[in-house]
Structure formats: structure tokens, C-alpha cells
Ligand binder design. Structure first.
Ligand SMILES: Nc1ncnc2c1ncn2[C@@H]1O[C@H](COP(=O)(O)OP(=O)(O)OP(=O)(O)O)[C@@H](O)[C@H]1O
Ligand SMILES: [Zn+2]
Length: 291
């Protein structure tokens, strides 16, 4: 199968070609400017590629309800120009193949279950900690949608006792994203995350927030694997800090071997690295074709 994949991000759109085994043979990326310009480039790319189906994992919020008149729209984003934009419909107008559509993080979770760190499992949560924080989930083998789709990045968290930072989320100030996404780190410490590697306090506070969210995701969804990706997680020292915090916060209440003895293999980086989103979009394409 020749399949197309799109990881539609707020910073850039990554497009690629691959197959049903997750092998990616071509990729290109376009900066996210206006829908006309960015989608124009995406459409041009796929027009010449002759794919059988396309999958889109998109930044959101998006409308995933197939019976809605705005299915396939990016809806209430604060990102200029993209509010109420029919990303799926615009592509469909120019490329007449089946197109699957979901959130960027649901796509990444799907890629990880199919070919990555959660391979063979029927549940996982994929969290990206980057410019924003988002999470996708597979529950009993299915992508989790619901009322809208999960917005776990805006989970409410308890403040670290030594952190006076007011928070950066325009809606909630000190929610998870407001306190722990890349721009929050930069604003709190006056430097970008990658320049703060040696400052232990930065990562102690960061891990405290991420661990609270992870602990809540464990309580609410009971995933068999938690995958943490995105730019901020390039700071690998966060993994042991988060695992220790999670173990302390759970305090033995959830009694599973994965948590007690094998937590190193439970809270992990993406098995597909930076390809999780694009690979997941291939799975969305494959599924759309098979429906
Ligand atoms: N090595 C690093 N260490 C710490 N922080 C980093 C590192 N690399 C990138 N970041 C931070 O991650 C953020 C960018 O995230 P990412 O690279 O995942 O891109 P993005 O696709 O724009 O994010 P999003 O998925 O939220 O749209 C920036 O705030 C940046 O400072
Ligand atoms: Zn928020």
C-alpha cells in the first residue's frame, strides 16, 4: 500500500509517504503560516504522489464527530488564521482518496501501539511536552474521543511549594500546560529549556508537575504504558525524576508489577522517536482504506 501521512502541527506540517508496515520512504515539512499557503504546499505535494489513502494527525482542538457539519475542522484554536478551518475538507477537495483524521497526539499514540513502545498492548497514553502539552489515549484498542477529545494537557495540578510562577495558559494560568510546557519553563527561568540542562531545580519542579499529571492519567485511564515525548523530554534526566515522583505519589496504592518493579519500562520515551506522529498518521490512512 502506498499511504500518505500528515502531522499537522502549530509550528510545521510534516508530510510523508509510507506503507502499511510503517516504513516511511519520503518526508517533507512546511512551516505553518496561513492555511492558504501551508495547505497549498501540502496539496501540491500529495497531488503528484498517487497515494491510496491519507491520514492526518492535527493540532487542535478539532472536530472528530463524523456526523457533525464541522467534522474535520480545526475549531477554537487561538492560532491566527486557523480558527474554524476545514483542514480535512480542503485536502479532500483536491485529493480524492479516503482520508483519516484525528488529533496529533491520538495519532502518535496509535503509531506507538502499532509499531512503537506500546506495541501489542491494548492501551497507552502518549503525552507530548513541547510548545504546548497534549495527550492522546488508546483504551481497549480504540482511540479515545468522547464529548470532544481528551484535553489532558490542561489538567489541574498542585503548585510546587518553591514555585511562585503565575503560569502561562491563557485560559487557566497555572494548569499543567501553563506551568510545564516549554514556553512556561522559558518564562519562569528566563532561558530556553535546552540552556538549563545543568540547573537541577528546573527539572525537579518540571518533574513534579509532569508526575502529577501522569499519576492522574494512571488513576483515570489505567494505561498499560505511558509514553512521554516532545521537545522538553529531550532532557532525559526527567525520566528517572518523573518515575520516582510517580512512585511516591501513588504510594503503593496501585499494586502492579509495572509500577513497583518495572517502572523504567512503564514510563518511557517514544519507541518511534520523532516519527511517532507521522507513523500514526499512516495507521489512520490504513484504517480509513480498510473501512
Ligand atoms: N533539548 C531541549 N531541552 C529542553 N527543552 C527543549 C529542548 N528542545 C526543545 N525544547 C522546548 O520544547 C518546545 C518545542 O517543542 P517541540 O520541539 O515538541 O515542538 P512543537 O512541535 O512546536 O511543539 P508542539 O507539539 O507543542 O506543537 C520549546 O518550548 C523548546 O524550548
Ligand atoms: Zn490550560
Amino acid at each position: 500500500m502506498k499511504l500518505g501521512a500528515i502531522e499537522a502541527g502549530g509550528t510545521k506540517f510534516v508530510c510523508g509517504i509510507g506503507n502499511e508496515h510503517g516504513e516511511i520512504t519520503d518526508r517533507i515539512s512546511f512551516p505553518t503560516t496561513t492555511p492558504e499557503e501551508t495547505m497549498g504546499q501540502v496539496i501540491q505535494y500529495f497531488k503528484e504522489k498517487d497515494v491510496e489513502a491519507i491520514g492526518i494527525g492535527s493540532f487542535g482542538p478539532v472536530d472528530l464527530n463524523k456526523s457533525s457539519s464541522t467534522y474535520g475542522y480545526i475549531t477554537t484554536t487561538p492560532k491566527p488564521y486557523w480558527n474554524q478551518y476545514p483542514v480535512l475538507g480542503e485536502l479532500q477537495k483536491h485529493v480524492n482518496v479516503p482520508i483519516g483524521f484525528d488529533t496529533d497526539v491520538n495519532a502518535a499514540a496509535l503509531g506507538e501501539v502499532e509499531w512503537g513502545a506500546a506495541r501489542g498492548l491494548s492501551s497507552c497514553v502518549y503525552v507530548t511536552i513541547g510548545t504546548g502539552i497534549g495527550a492522546g489515549a488508546i483504551v481497549e484498542g480504540k482511540l479515545l474521543h468522547g464529548l470532544l477529545h481528551p484535553e489532558m494537557g490542561h489538567a489541574l495540578i498542585k503548585r510546587h511549594p518553591e514555585d511562585p510562577f503565575e503560569g502561562k495558559c491563557p485560559y487557566h494560568h497555572d494548569c499543567l500546560e501553563g506551568m510545564a510546557a516549554g514556553p512556561a519553563i522559558e518564562m519562569r527561568w528566563g532561558k530556553k529549556g535546552h540552556e538549563l540542562e545543568q540547573n537541577d531545580k528546573v527539572w525537579e519542579i518540571e518533574a513534579y508537575y509532569l508526575a502529577q499529571a501522569v499519576t492522574n492519567f494512571i488513576y483515570i485511564l489505567s494505561p498499560e504504558k505511558i509514553i512521554l515525548g516532545g521537545g522538553v523530554m529531550k532532557q532525559k534526566q526527567l525520566f528517572p525524576l518523573i518515575r520516582n515522583n510517580v512512585a511516591q505519589m501513588l504510594n503503593g496504592y496501585v499494586q502492579k508489577r509495572e509500577l513497583a518493579e518495572a517502572i523504567d519500562d512503564y514510563i518511557v520515551p517514544p519507541g518511534l522517536g520523532d516519527n511517532a506522529g507521522l507513523s500514526g498518521a499512516l495507521v489512520l490512512a490504513k484504517r480509513e482504506l480498510q473501512q
